[in-house]
Ligand binder design. Sequence first.
Ligand code: ATP
Length: 370
Amino acid sequence: MKHESKTLLSCRGVVKGWGDTVALDGFDLELNEGSLLALLGPSGCGKTTALRSMAGLERPSAGEVWVGERLVAGKGTWVRPEERRIGMVFQDWALFPHLDVWSNVAFGCHGRERERRVGEVLELVHLIGFEHRMPHELSGGQQQRVALARALAPSPEVVLLDEPFSNLDASLRAQVRAEVRTVLHEARATAIFVTHDQEEALSIADNLAVMTHGRVIQTGSPHAVYGAPAHRLVAGMVGEANFLPGEVSSGLAVTPVGKVLAPGLSDGPVDIMIRPETVHLDRAQEGSARIIDAEFYGHDQLVRARLKDGTLLDVRLLGPRPDLTIGARVDVRLTAPVHFFRADSAVAVSPYCGIVTSDSPQAPATSDRA
Ligand code: ATP
């Protein structure tokens, strides 16, 4: 099968399991040249198994893995890991403790160009002058850069990074991941990194692939996935999400935050998804909601409001709002359209957003528990 020239790595219907455990269950992924993709998903969803299957460290029981136009696994083909032109950076970086920086980086390089290439990648990761240090004489961030240099040195087609930042202190993490991103872009590397940290995925990847139960459920740019989550799990994994029940009738959804225009949506129960930062609260004596909790973080504030019908709504507000004390009554206003999900389905009614009607007093409630 001929691949488009831009696709550097492709997994099609990959299946892998052990006994009763299914780690990959029809795993599909396409990676374009030069892109940095974050594979995001909850613990145990199969992220590491996916990377290991791409690298040739696991043998899938079904499906295909392609590197560029070369089939490396599937249809009776099996290409060994060292022949796949894939570099890997492991969670613990796996540096050789008895080898210095230069020898660690040179490990996978052969031939006359070896000396020059090692110098080139050490320069790329800003470790010139550290050639003769041993791994234990380096900081965590520096060790991370040696691991990256070692993966890049043989000029692989694709670099795979498995939770590459999880060994770093929170204070160093943001800095090192920004550096790694720069290095990968400067090297024009095509890379996938595994993470279960949504902030990490959103902040450094060009593209996201969100996984659950052994398969990818949504791919796209961080903005696209955040802005239009196709699945309930994606909405919660990429950002924060409130799900509120509603009932659609004749193109209008009655919900705890008001009536939402839903032209074309068939009648029946739905859930609406509201991002906490798209809610505005105004203090109002006769307000229809009440603040029941408030956490102040300095740069923003997380407030929980109980709506008139008892539904809880998490709200993220920028900056200090000392007026929003626990017990205060507020009016609730949405600053962005809501997303619809069918009540009996995890999949978004897509692409479908609705706006709360302006004449809609929010919380058309049956009881006043607020
Ligand atoms: P985490 O984020 O916790 O690292 P993950 O998404 O990377 O998790 P995997 O490590 O790929 O998940 O594991 C997927 C599933 O496969 C899990 O249920 C795990 O226990 C199982 N699994 C992984 N490797 C093996 C193995 N060698 N033998 C048996 N089961 C395994």
